[in-house]
Design a protein around this ligand. Structure first.
Ligand code: NAD
Length: 268
């Protein structure tokens, strides 16, 4: 069965990549494309504006206009739009892939409620390599334990609006889980001035923004005399795009529930 895909945020950096990634997957086809009401891309051919040939799918501004045309909505937009789309998809029994980062706990609670009606796969990072790093980060934390202080460094392009990145936070959660703690109890998101010496359990985050960096993440486990680093560098957004389409084909066969890329890859 070919899975019919709608991409919202179709004119965004990830939206264009997702449209290309759908065209490369034999198990999926693009059947709808959506953008915000003020977008200059409205009415354009989704394939052509993504730098591909025409695919006959015109970009619309209202999900209800195309709600019967797809099986899975892929949403890499912004938190408010994503929560509204999750409600619309749940009401219509449509499955969803969520790549949007920067969602609050309240946003996540609304997404979880929607997933109770119709399956959602949500991940801060859809690359296979990064998901392997999530698994390794947790295992390394459990093995190395509290003798190794953990710091997470990430770098992204100058347009990114949320910090630290969703991926860095997920790496932090994986480390905290490996230590048997909650990230919110040990996270340190900034240091400036006389902040005092590093405390034993803290997980520190450092954020770099600039240029066209697609996404670099390093988890450092530091002890007296040695340092272990788990590092990932994305050189193309296609790593996220390919993973998201793989997840869309996977989630199309689920009824309800909130899943992530670790489920899709069979890491759980
Ligand atoms: P972008 O700003 O280039 O694209 C976002 C697009 O969403 C824009 O075209 C915007 O017009 C559109 N949009 C906003 N509100 C909308 C609405 N209500 N309806 C329809 N379209 C709407 O940003 P980007 O770099 O493509 O990133 C988008 C999101 O995806 C960010 O949260 C980013 O952190 C995240 N992201 C996640 C992954 C992952 O693997 N999970 C990878 C890369 C980026």
């Amino acid at each position: 069965m070919t899975v019919k895909i709608a991409v919202t945020g179709a004119a965004g950096r990830m939206g264009k990549i997702l449209i290309e990634a759908v065209s490369l997957n034999p198990n999926a086809e693009l059947s709808a494309a959506i953008e915000r009401a003020e977008s200059p891309a409205l009415g354009l051919d989704a394939g052509e504006q993504a730098g591909l040939g025409k695919n006959g799918v015109l970009i619309v501004d209202d999900i209800q206009q195309v709600i019967n045309d797809f099986d899975v909505l892929i949403d890499f937009t912004a938190p408010a739009a994503t929560v509204a789309n999750a409600k619309a998809c749940a009401a219509a029994g449509k499955k969803m892939i969520i790549g949007t980062t920067g969602c609050t706990d309240a946003d996540k609670a609304e997404i979880a409620t929607a997933a109770g009606q119709s399956a959602i796969c949500m991940a801060t990072n859809f690359s296979t390599g990064v998901n392997l790093c999530f698994k390794l980060a947790k295992e390394a934390a459990a093995i190395l334990g509290d003798d190794y202080g953990v710091e997470i460094v990430e770098a992204h392009h100058r347009h990114k609006v949320d910090a630290p990145s969703g991926t860095a936070l997920s790496l932090g959660e994986a480390v905290a889980e490996g230590h048997g703690r909650q990230l919110k109890e040990v996270a340190v998101y900034s240091r400036e001035g006389q902040v005092g010496a590093r405390t034993e359990h803290e997980i520190g985050f450092a954020t770099i923004r600039g240029g066209d960096v697609v996404g670099d993440h390093t988890v450092m486990y530091m002890a007296d005399g040695e340092r272990v680093e788990i590092s990932h560098k994305a050189s193309s957004r296609m790593s996220f795009g390919r993973g998201a389409i793989r997840a869309a084909v996977w989630v199309a066969a689920k009824d309800a529930g909130l899943f992530d890329m670790q489920d899709v890859l069979g890491f759980k």
